[in-house]
Design a protein around this ligand. Structure first.
Ligand SMILES: Cc1cc2nc3c(=O)[nH]c(=O)nc-3n(C[C@H](O)[C@H](O)[C@H](O)COP(=O)(O)OP(=O)(O)OC[C@H]3O[C@@H](n4cnc5c(N)ncnc54)[C@H](O)[C@@H]3O)c2cc1C
Length: 445
């Protein structure tokens, strides 16, 4: 991250004095910032997004789950043509068999009940989602532009100013931080980062199903799964197939980066026992370090095939970060002409599959509030205040949900938790296998 010279946030201006924004400056062109700018543009606002990346396609990330609320928000934010393009590039959760869980030897344990999963969710490549959003934002997206400071000019109704690494500045009536975990804008607003390490480090990659042995494709199936191992280790394997499990029968509009059945995997290690230097590695060395660490924890070769045969260019490590889990600590600043949304406020580990969808809903709520302010039914600060009140509740609920799985992994990393994993899961695997022999075709496939 670049220099972070922030000026302390001035006291909020009285709500009655500030009119609706004429120009909105968005810092961060990830999912939330682009969704906001797309929606504001459609409503005729003057908006600009500053993003430090040079190319929206040159970004990390695998599949993003969008629940019904996020899909509805995107319909409004994108308009019908781009919304169709997005859904035509997505894979329907409902069309694939239910998720299951395995042990660290690849033995089936049973169905996996995913808390908070909306059965009408769709999965889409993160890159595809970002590209469709960038298309909607058009020339209002400024790439290669790293924000280094934000401030509100003094005086009632003072404008906001952002400064960038190249020394340039821009002004607006409202500035929105959509700059992800460790947000510069949130540090300006609250004087402290809004996120902390969640305690788990992940390594992810993508593996075409065609790269696996047929027996392994059969074991994994066209479904997502979670495997659990000793020492709090875990392996999520998601299934993405925008062709086979298409949401829309609209191949002409399809723009998915993933073109064939693909497994998106994420290995998880408690920070305390994660291999040293994991986050500094890339590609084949990172894959090998991950494989070695899982083998050392006792994992068998069957569940590791998806890692061993992965596309090495896709392998990346990252630390899970999490925002506050209670509404009171979320967005703890008075409403004003600088606000924030998405992971900047409620950083969400990927364990609930809700981070991007929540950022999209944040964006939609802010567009609605600002549209109402422009119509004269409320002031800018009343609009921002209403947006932030809702954000506090939704944001903290989703961080708490995503931490449920993280905490289970952390409990599994204690000596007692690890011993319990080693003793109970093989018993569960045996009983599942027996049940399947006695009642073939029933229960988990
Ligand atoms: C590389 C990456 C891969 C991800 N992969 C997955 C995944 O596979 N599955 C999943 O469920 N979730 C994934 N996520 C998380 C998910 O995308 C986020 O939860 C969701 O996008 C939240 O949206 P956001 O806009 O708040 O933050 P983000 O999408 O993270 O966007 C923040 C943006 O702000 C930009 N930025 C930060 N600081 C500055 C600055 N000072 N100046 C200008 N720009 C700045 C960043 O470059 C980034 O593009 C990933 C996130 C990232 C960044």
């Amino acid at each position: 991250m670049d220099t972070t010279a922030t000026t302390p946030a001035p006291a909020a201006v009285p709500a009655t004095t500030v009119p609706a924004p004429r120009r909105v400056v968005v810092i961060g062109g990830g999912i939330g910032g682009l969704a906001l700018a797309a929606g504001l543009r459609r409503r005729g606002f003057d908006v600009v997004v500053h993003e430090r990346d040079l190319d929206p396609a040159a970004t990390g990330g695998y599949h993003i789950t969008l629940d019904t609320a996020a899909q509805d928000a995107l319909r409004e934010l994108l308009g019908p043509v781009l919304h169709e393009k997005l859904l035509a590039s997505a894979s329907a959760v409902r069309r694939r068999p239910g998720d299951v869980w395995f042990d660290w030897r690849g033995r089936l344990l049973g169905d996996l009940r995913v808390r908070g999963l909306d059965p009408d969710s769709v999965d889409v490549d993160r890159i595809t989602l970002r590209l469709v959003l960038a298309e909607a934002v058009g020339d209002a997206l400024v790439l290669g532009s790293t924000c280094t400071a934000v401030e509100r000019e003094p005086g009632p109704g003072g404008r906001v100013r952002a400064t960038f690494a190249d020394g340039s500045t821009t002004h607006g009536d409202l500035l929105v931080g959509a700059d992800g975990p460790n947000s510069l804008v949130v540090r300006h607003l609250s004087g402290a980062p809004a996120s902390r390490p969640a305690g788990v480090t992940g390594v992810s990659g993508r593996t075409p199903a065609a790269a696996l042995d047929p027996t392994e494709v059969q074991r994994l199936g066209p479904r997502s799964s979670l495997a659990v191992g000793p020492g709090g280790t875990g392996l999520y394997v998601g299934y993405l197939d925008p062709d086979g499990f298409a949401v829309l029968d609209a191949a002409h509009a399809r723009a998915a980066v993933t073109t064939g059945p693909t497994y998106v995997w994420g290995a998880m290690f408690p920070d305390a026992t994660a291999p040293r230097g994991l986050r500094e590695q890339r590609g084949a060395p990172l894959r090998d370090t991950t494989l070695d660490a899982l083998r050392a924890a006792g994992w068998g070769e069957v569940p590791l095939q998806v890692l061993a045969r992965t596309d090495v260019a896709s392998v990346a490590a990252y630390r899970f970060t999490v925002g506050p889990e209670d509404a009171r600590s979320t967005a703890p600043w008075p409403a004003g002409s600088i606000t924030a949304l998405g992971d900047a406020v409620h950083a969400t580990p990927p364990t609930a599959g809700k981070g991007a969808g929540t950022a999209v809903v944040d964006a939609h709520r802010l567009v609605e509030e600002l549209t109402a302010a422009r119509a004269g039914t409320r002031t800018l600060h009343t609009a921002v205040s209403a947006f932030e009140t809702d954000l506090r509740h939704r944001g903290s609920a989703v961080t708490a949900l995503s931490m449920a799985t993280v905490r289970r992994l952390l409990v599994g990393s204690t000596p007692a938790g690890s011993a319990l994993t080693r003793t109970t899961l093989p018993l569960l695997a045996r009983s599942t296998a027996l049940r399947q022999r006695l009642t073939p075709g029933r229960g988990s496939r």
